[in-house]
Each structure stands twice: as structure tokens, then as C-alpha cells.
Write a protein that binds this ligand. Structure first.
Ligand SMILES: [Zn+2]
Length: 299
């Protein structure tokens, strides 16, 4: 009985990681998982993020069936494939990013949303491939792309293959940019390492959630390397905004409205950003692509 009661309590309440306040899970969910006392932004799962960011029922997933293989047959304490299977069971996701098409204020966008609960939101071949395909889809259809980042970095179980995703996603964003299309990245807690060093910081507009940890590597490693004391909170959104690294810090409850405003602004911002002109540019860029070997579709 005692055990039963404890489980019930855990399901109804959650302690704030920042101020320690006990919060009703129901209320917390209604408040977009933001603490009503201190404003702490809890991590969100990908599907909840999609739900609160897009117009209701507008999301259609693309490439949802891609799953990781184990190209290096990597074995740590457990095999890589076991870790994948466990993450899939825990999250109900196939991989650490969900991509698709939806609308914001009626305007079509391509969306990629990372989920930290899936092996720390790490970027392996499938995450890189899904994000690349999402960007390529938006380039081909002259659409803006929004990427919600949340990652500890590259997935080292895939070694160099995970690091290669940095170049692949960056190249896809280059063509998207050349087509005159808008990319917005939203950095949520945490956005680190290989993800911050690639697409997270390649947005035309870079937004962050309050107090998100953003950086390449942890403070201790940097201090040991440069042998200097680092300023308080130097990896938080607010510090990065003051120092010009990002464009704005937006609270979660205002995110949908802000994205709507930015998309409207970009769409009305002259011929260069209009869908027709962007479509023509996309076609011109596609023609001018350097002759490179076509990428294998195999993961
Ligand atoms: Zn709190």
C-alpha cells in the first residue's frame, strides 16, 4: 500500500529543479512545463514541443521511420544497439529528433525538434540525416525551417560518422540560405558541442529559452585548458545575449507568437524572401550546385 501511495504522489507532483518548489504535474503541463515560482523551464519532450509550437493538429511527420544501425559495432558497458532499444522504449521515439511539416499562424514551416531524453539528444547518423532531409525538403519547397536544439553533442558510439553530421547539416543549410530562405534556430537547455558547433548557430535568427546552457564544452574543461577563471553564468542564454552570440531570449509561453511574428516579418520583407522569388532562387541554386557524388541514402 505504501508503495502504491508513493507512486501516486510521484505522478501528481514534481519538484522544481531550480527553486525546489513542489508543483502539480497537471498545472505544470498547462504552464508549458515552466515553474510558476521561479520561471525555470523544464525540458520538454519532442511531441509536447511540437504541440505548443505549431498551430493545433497541423503537424505531419516526415522520415519518421529512420532508425540507427550500429556501423562500428560499438560496445561500452552495453552494446550501442541495446542503448538505442532502451531509449526507444523509454521515449516512444525512434530517434533523438522528430521532423515534419506544420503551420504557424497559417504559414507553412518545416520543423525539427530534438529530444534530450533519447540518449542526451545526441547527434548520430540518423539525427544528422533527418535534420539534413528536413532542411533539403524546405529548400526544395521554398519553406522556412525552424530547428529546436537540445543536445549534449555528437553521439560518440558512432565515432567519426557522428562528427560528419556537422558538415552535412551545415552544407544543407548553406544551400537553404543561398535560396534566400529563412532558418530560425531555438536553443533550449542544453545545446552543446557538435550541435552548437553546427546548425544551432547557423540560423538567420538564433533564439534561446531563458537560462538554457549553451556552449561547446563544459566550464571545467575550458578552465583547465585556458587556465583562467570564467565569469559566472557565461554559458547561459542571458549572458550570450548580452555578448551578441544570440539574437533574443524568449520565454516558452511567448514562443509560438514570436515565431509567428518573425515568419510574417520575413515573408513580407521584400522580394528576396517572397515564396515565388525564393522558389526561383532555389531552382537557380539547384542548377548551380557543384558536381559532387550523390549522397548514398543508406544510413
Ligand atoms: Zn522553480
Amino acid at each position: 500500500m505504501a508503495h502504491y501511495r508513493r507512486v501516486q504522489t510521484e505522478a501528481q507532483f514534481r519538484k522544481c529543479d531550480s527553486c525546489g518548489e513542489t508543483l502539480f504535474v497537471n498545472e505544470l503541463d498547462k504552464a508549458f512545463s515552466v515553474c510558476k515560482i521561479c520561471g525555470h523551464h523544464f525540458q520538454l519532450c519532442a511531441w509536447r514541443r511540437i504541440e505548443i509550437s505549431l498551430d493545433p493538429n497541423s503537424f505531419q511527420e516526415i522520415n519518421g521511420n529512420l532508425e540507427s544501425l550500429d556501423p562500428l559495432e560499438f560496445k561500452g558497458k552495453r552494446s550501442y544497439l541495446e542503448r538505442i532499444k532502451e531509449a526507444q522504449r523509454k521515449t516512444g521515439l525512434k530517434e533523438a529528433v522528430v521532423c515534419g511539416i506544420g503551420t504557424i499562424g497559417g504559414g507553412k514551416v518545416v520543423l525539427a525538434v530534438m529530444d534530450f531524453q533519447f540518449i542526451g539528444g545526441s547527434m548520430g547518423s540518423v539525427v544528422g540525416e533527418k535534420i539534413t532531409r528536413a532542411i533539403e525538403h524546405s529548400t526544395a519547397n521554398a519553406l522556412p525551417v525552424i530547428i529546436f536544439c537540445c543536445s549534449g553533442g555528437a553521439r560518440m558510439d558512432e565515432g567519426i560518422l557522428s562528427l560528419m553530421q556537422m558538415a552535412k547539416t551545415s552544407a544543407a543549410l548553406y544551400y537553404h540560405d543561398q535560396a534566400g530562405l529563412l532558418c530560425i534556430t531555438v536553443l533550449t537547455h542544453p545545446t552543446l558541442a557538435g550541435v552548437s558547433a553546427s546548425y544551432a548557430f547557423l540560423g538567420d535568427i538564433i533564439i534561446a529559452e531563458p537560462k538554457a546552457m549553451i556552449g561547446f564544452t563544459g566550464a571545467r574543461v575550458i578552465e583547465q585548458t585556458i587556465k583562467k577563471k570564467l565569469p559566472e553564468g557565461f554559458q547561459e542564454s542571458e549572458f550570450q545575449l548580452r555578448h551578441g552570440q544570440i539574437d533574443m531570449v524568449v520565454e516558452r509561453k511567448n514562443m509560438h507568437e514570436m515565431l509567428h511574428k518573425l515568419l510574417d516579418f520575413a515573408a513580407g520583407g521584400g522580394a528576396a524572401r517572397s515564396p515565388v522569388a525564393a522558389g526561383e532562387r532555389a531552382a537557380a541554386v539547384a542548377k548551380s550546385k557543384p558536381k559532387v557524388k550523390k549522397r548514398s541514402k543508406k544510413i
